[in-house]
Design a protein around this ligand. Structure first.
Ligand SMILES: NC(=O)c1ccc[n+]([C@@H]2O[C@H](COP(=O)([O-])OP(=O)(O)OC[C@H]3O[C@@H](n4cnc5c(N)ncnc54)[C@H](O)[C@@H]3O)[C@@H](O)[C@H]2O)c1
Ligand SMILES: O=P(O)(O)OC[C@@H](O)[C@@H](O)[C@H](O)[C@H](O)CO
Length: 385
């Protein structure tokens, strides 16, 4: 049986990428630090993907097992030696931590005469995530191995789209929305995986996804959190928020249409389709999950700052994006470590400091000034409420 090794047995790992490999007749070895999930995978050897619809259709996922990368390093290396695909859905910040073990697996693999190719794909919400993972892996390889991986280990960037909320931790089953899209940039033919779409140039796909699905999602999450709402669909039921999402996506849309020559009408229907996805009442998707890790989300290449800076460069409006950035600065969820770090930076040095150090916005740039205006307004509205 063909083998896939997937790092991250969480929501997207089990609910999307691992499930597609299993449905494509691969055995999937999930690698994770969550001992309870790994044990369950090895005991139950299967789980269900449950679609978040009225009927709650289920899909049986078989041929799965688990390894703990902290305690079973040698077993992970052996699994990598035998795999066709090596994928991740672990969170962009974790990639540097798993790269050394991946590098050891790749080193042992290419030391053999085996000519079988290995395909590495990071499935994260980050532009160029596989390139970033590749660099971390290369940093952990010796010169001889670096030369040997040429033609044997292939790295492909990808864009992954499926809303998977936080799950009941007692079961391996995963509730997911029915919609999904997995786009992989490859200039050659690669082993077939059900549901994987191959494109030659990923840039329009990843930017369209991040700056529509994830920008829209972030607007709802941060405004919802400020309004004391708990889920995305509940927040979106407020017309003022729905309007704010549309206005923000008009701004990212104007940039995407200009940059990539995307058809305007088609893009409008893409926006509408995504707003409908956010309304799914069966997902029960928390604003704190969607708003998680605001340092990452306020990064210069992420869903809020990059479309704003690109819009400014192109002479397009960015006021609504500025409001979303301001709302992110007010995300003070005590359970979220990055939110707490931002709040202490604001307390010590002010919001301008976060925009300068985290978002890499120039001090007194038009975007920074607009964000601060929106921040003061949102803050005073919140204290009046
Ligand atoms: N959930 C979604 O709707 C969704 C959709 C598209 C893309 N994504 C992206 O997929 C990635 C994963 O998101 P998720 O929602 O599945 O998160 P998750 O928290 O459910 O899963 C991450 C998994 O990684 C594991 N992990 C963390 N640190 C680890 C380490 N050092 N070694 C091994 N395992 C480790 C965790 O135990 C967890 O099981 C993120 O980049 C996210 O942006 C998520
Ligand atoms: O996973 P994050 O933290 O980058 O973003 C939160 C959500 O917007 C995200 O997980 C979406 O549900 C997903 O990207 C949909 O494809």
């Amino acid at each position: 049986m063909k083998q896939a090794v997937h790092f991250g047995a969480g929501n997207i790992g089990r609910g999307f990428i691992g499930a597609l490999f299993s449905q494509s007749s691969y055995h999937v070895t999930f690698v994770d630090i969550a001992e309870q999930i790994i044990n369950k995978l090895n005991e139950e050897k299967s789980y269900k993907v449950v679609l978040a619809t009225n009927q709650k259709e289920t899909i049986q996922i078989d041929n799965v097992s688990g390894l703990n990368n902290m305690t079973q390093e040698q077993e992970v290396i052996t699994a990598i030696k035998e795999a066709t695909y090596l994928t991740t859905a672990i969170g962009p910040n974790i990639l540097p931590r798993i790269a050394p073990l991946m590098a050891r697996g790749i080193t042992e693999r290419v030391a053999q005469t085996d000519e079988k190719k290995l395909y590495v794909i990071a499935c994260e919400n980050q532009i160029g995530a596989t390139d970033i993972l590749k660099q971390h892996i290369l940093d952990n390889l010796d010169e001889e191995t670096k030369a040997k991986i040429e033609g044997k280990v292939h790295f492909f960037n990808s864009a992954v789209d499926r809303i998977v909320p936080i799950q009941d931790q007692d079961s391996l089953d995963v509730l997911v929305e029915p919609y999904y899209e997995w786009v992989v940039e490859a200039k050659e033919s690669i082993p077939h995986v059900e549901g994987m779409t191959i494109v030659e140039d990923l840039a329009p796909f990843i930017e369209r996804k991040l700056f529509t699905v994830n920008t829209g999602h972030a607007v709802i999450a941060y405004l919802g959190y400020l309004a004391g709402k708990s889920t995305i669909d509940e927040t979106l039921a407020d017309d003022a928020v729905a309007n704010q999402v549309r206005e923000t996506l008009k701004e990212t849309g104007a940039y995407l249409v200009k940059e990539y020559g995307i058809d305007e009408t088609e893009h409008l229907s893409y926006i509408n389709k995504n707003i409908e996805r956010f309304k799914n009442p069966f997902l029960n998707d928390g604003v704190t999950r969607v708003g998680r890790s605001p340092i990452r989300k306020l990064g210069p290449e992420d869903r809020l700052i990059r479309p704003a800076t690109q819009a400014e460069k192109a002479g397009l409006p960015f006021e609504n994006l500025a409001k979303a950035i301001a709302a992110a600065l007010l995300f003070d969820n005590p359970e979220d470590q990055e939110a707490m770090e931002i709040q202490s930076m604001i307390k010590e040095h002010g919001p301008e400091y976060v925009l300068k150090t985290v978002s890499k916005l120039e001090e007194n740039s038009e975007i920074a000034k607009e964000v601060i205006r929106a921040y003061d307004m949102l803050k005073s509205n919140a204290s009046e409420a």
